[in-house]
Design a binder for this molecule. Structure first.
Ligand SMILES: Nc1ncnc2c1ncn2[C@@H]1O[C@H](COP(=O)(O)OP(=O)(O)O)[C@@H](O)[C@H]1O
Ligand SMILES: [Mg+2]
Length: 418
């Protein structure tokens, strides 16, 4: 528990410890007249008790006293965390160098020589009270700064997490929509099959001709084929979405083939793109085995795609808006790395937007959009994937070119980035 400190608005509260009553009186009057609040203690025991009851801002401490001497009082003060930062000035005979060495060793900040010179007592007292207050203020603002930094770190992690979930939400919506077609087709085929079967079995009691049996067989096979094809399509879509969703939400490192990962991403992104009248092409020779963080990579591609939809293709009043939006993702081996390009044929960056593209809170739609997407992309590429990213943009063509090591460096302090 923090003990209550003396009021810092006054000129200062000082504890004077002296066993000689005349000296105690002299010092108390001198300091009292200078505006300090003075407390007195005639021996070491009472001095410690008084300091613990209410820590003063400064202690003037006589060395030679009956009972516990000044050195021991000072050592005990310094050993108590609640009192250790109170400056202690020793009162000692001018000629005693030995005392001075021992005093500094015990933790004193200064000495005042006996017999007392008023000017010296006041000057040293004022200086040390000022110093102690400055140190306290510094410590307080340091603690505040540390707290603020911690809060910022937490807030940042929170934002990154919510951006991730938002991106995943968009994918879920697109995939759910995309599942409508194969599942609707399957329902149609299954109910046609059901109708056809009950009609056939209903007519069986009148005897079945061979030609009718053959037609029923052909119809059944057709419906089953349709059913299977559509169910496979749905299962495929769910399977690849499942992988993307797992990757997107995890920060696990694993081995994967880049083209396969990007194909899976493309399939889950396609529905949202189609809804916006845009298409996504993937150009790859394959064979790019990586040992890296697929989640970070999925995040990057999702952010870039949602940016293309939002900023490149959906500018209602832009002359450079393309007739039909197209995104091309290209990848190729490049030494021990892979060059991954993400290009759109959209409106291009707004004037002046390019230089600050990767800065946080920088959005052409400020207030409606977080302006964090590209900042997160930059962080993931450089700090998690261990690569680099460049951007070039003009009306009709915006290209993000990334160079990513096949084998990502170990995540150090960067792991809290996501
Ligand atoms: N593909 C793009 N085409 C044109 N401008 C873009 C593109 N991607 C990003 N931008 C510009 O960069 C800005 C910052 O993007 P981002 O950091 O993702 O923030 P936000 O999408 O929230 O605006 C966008 O507001 C937009 O002006
Ligand atoms: Mg964005």
């Amino acid at each position: 528990m923090m003990m209550q400190r003396a009021d810092q608005n006054s000129s200062g509260e000082i504890l004077v410890v002296e066993d000689t009553p005349a000296s105690l009186k002299l010092l108390s009057e001198l300091l009292g007249n200078a505006g300090y609040l003075v407390r007195q203690a005639p021996d070491g025991e009472l001095a410690l008790w008084s300091a613990q009851a209410r820590p003063p801002e400064l202690i003037l401490l006589d060395i030679r006293m009956p009972g516990i001497d000044g050195f021991e009082v000072c050592r005990r003060l310094k050993a108590d965390p609640a009192l250790s930062d109170i400056p202690v000035i020793f009162l000692s005979a001018q000629y005693d160098t030995d005392d001075k060495v021992r005093g500094f060793q015990a933790g004193a900040v200064d000495f005042i020589a006996k017999p007392y010179q008023s000017e010296e007592v006041l000057a040293r007292t004022r200086a040390h009270i000022h110093l102690a207050r400055a140190q306290q203020a510094l410590a307080a603002s340091n603690a505040q700064l540390t707290r603020t930094l911690e809060e910022l770190g937490t807030a940042r992690a929170e934002i990154v997490r919510s951006e991730r979930l938002a991106a995943l939400g968009a994918l879920v919506a697109g995939v759910a929509h995309e599942l409508n077609t194969p599942i609707g087709n399957s329902v149609l085929a299954a109910s046609a099959l059901q109708d056809r079967s009950s009609a056939f079995f209903g007519s069986m009691e009148h005897g079945v001709k061979r030609s009718e049996l053959e037609r029923f067989g052909a119809d059944t096979e057709h419906a089953t084929t349709l059913l299977l094809r559509n169910l496979h399509k749905a299962a495929d879509l769910i399977e690849c979405f499942k992988q993307v969703a797992v990757d997107q939400t995890s920060s696990q490192r694993r081995s994967f083939e880049l083209a396969t990962l990007v194909d899976g991403m493309a399939k889950t992104l396609a529905p949202s793109l189609r809804a916006a009248g845009a298409e996504l092409r993937v150009e790859s020779a394959g064979g790019l085995a990586m040992d890296s963080y697929p989640g970070a990579l999925c995040q990057v591609l999702t952010q870039l795609t949602s940016n293309a939809l939002l900023h490149a293709f959906a500018q209602p009043d832009s002359a450079s808006r393309p007739a039909s939006g197209a995104i091309t993702i290209r990848m190729a081996a490049d030494g021990g790395a892979v060059r991954l390009e993400f290009e759109d044929n959209g409106a291009g960056f707004p004037a002046g937007g390019l230089a600050r593209a990767f800065e946080p809170f920088n959005s052409a739609r400020m207030g409606r959009s977080s302006g964090l997407g590209l900042h997160i992309v930059h962080n993931l590429v450089t700090n998690v994937l261990g690569g680099a990213i460049e951007l070039a943009s003009a009306p009709g063509r915006t290209r993000f070119a990334m160079r990513l090591p096949l084998h990502a460096p170990a995540l150090g302090r960067a792991s809290n980035l996501w």
